[in-house]
Design a protein around this ligand. Structure first.
Ligand code: URA
Length: 226
C-alpha cells in the first residue's frame, strides 16, 4: 500500500507541500470514489482519476521513446537543452521515468525508460552483453579494413580498447550499422574517430530485442518488461 499524495507527487501532478490544498479543491477519485484525504492508502491496480484523466496505479512502468535530436537524456532540462521528458507530456508517468542507456543530445533513436532500477541496471550493465545497434552516417567512405578494425576492437582516445563489435554496410559507402555491447561515453563517435572518420548522424535503432521500427520520431509507447 502507498500513500495517494506520495504517488501523485511521484507522478509530478502535485507537490506534497500543497497536497492538502489540492485535495480540498480538486476532484480526485480512487476507483471512482472521491478521495477522502491526502494520506489515503492506495494499492497497485487501483485507478486514480485526476483532472478527469484515469491513471492506473502501477508499480513499474516501461517505455520506449524515439528521441529526436535536440533533447538530452537527463531527467531535467540542462544548459538550455530540454529533457527527453518534454517529448512525452501525454505520458502520466513521465516524472517517474529514468533512462536506461543515454543518448547524446544530437543522437536520435531508441531511449529505454523505466522507474525500475533493477531493470535499468540490467540493460546498462556491461556484464549482460546487451546489443545496442546504431545507424551511423559518416563524413568519409569507410574501408573494409576499418570495418574489420571496428569489429576486432579499437583503442579510444583514453586508451580503452573496445570489445568486439559487429558491422555491416548500409546503402552507401558512408553509412554503416554498428552493433556494440558496451555504452562508454560517446562510444560510437569515438570508435569512428579511432579509424580517422567522423560521425555526422547517429541513430540507435535497437537495444536487445527492442526496436523503434513501429514508432515515428518523437513518439513513445509502453512496453512489457520482457
Ligand atoms: N555513442 C555515441 O557516440 N553517442 C550516443 O549518443 C550513443 C552512442
Amino acid at each position: 500500500m502507498i500513500r495517494l499524495d506520495k504517488y501523485l507527487s511521484n507522478l509530478g501532478l502535485i507537490s506534497r507541500r500543497t497536497a492538502d490544498k489540492i485535495f480540498k479543491s480538486a476532484e480526485i477519485l480512487v476507483n471512482g470514489e472521491q478521495a477522502k484525504k491526502s494520506d489515503q492508502k492506495i494499492a497497485y491496480g487501483d485507478v486514480i482519476t485526476f483532472d478527469g484523466v484515469e491513471i492506473d496505479v502501477l508499480e513499474n512502468v516501461y517505455c520506449i521513446l524515439y528521441k529526436t535530436a535536440g533533447y538530452i537524456s537527463s531527467d531535467e532540462d540542462e544548459d538550455g537543452y530540454l529533457s527527453y521528458r518534454n517529448q512525452m507530456p501525454d505520458c502520466p508517468y513521465v516524472e517517474m521515468l529514468h533512462v536506461a542507456g543515454r543518448l547524446d543530445q544530437d543522437t536520435e533513436g531508441l531511449l529505454l525508460l523505466s522507474n525500475d532500477g533493477r531493470f535499468i541496471h540490467q540493460v546498462i550493465s556491461p556484464k549482460r552483453d546487451k546489443e545496442k545497434e546504431y545507424e551511423v552516417h559518416l563524413a568519409k567512405p569507410i574501408s573494409d579494413k576499418d570495418l574489420g578494425q571496428l569489429e576486432r576492437g579499437v583503442v579510444l582516445d583514453d586508451g580503452y580498447k573496445t570489445l568486439p563489435a559487429k558491422t555491416s554496410r548500409l546503402d552507401t559507402n558512408k553509412k554503416i550499422s554498428l552493433i556494440i555491447t558496451e555504452g562508454k561515453f560517446h562510444q560510437v563517435k569515438r570508435m569512428l574517430e579511432a579509424v580517422q572518420n567522423k560521425v555526422i548522424y547517429l541513430k540507435r535503432t535497437r537495444i536487445g530485442d527492442r526496436t523503434i521500427d513501429d514508432l515515428q520520431p518523437g513518439e513513445w509507447k509502453y512496453i512489457e518488461k520482457e
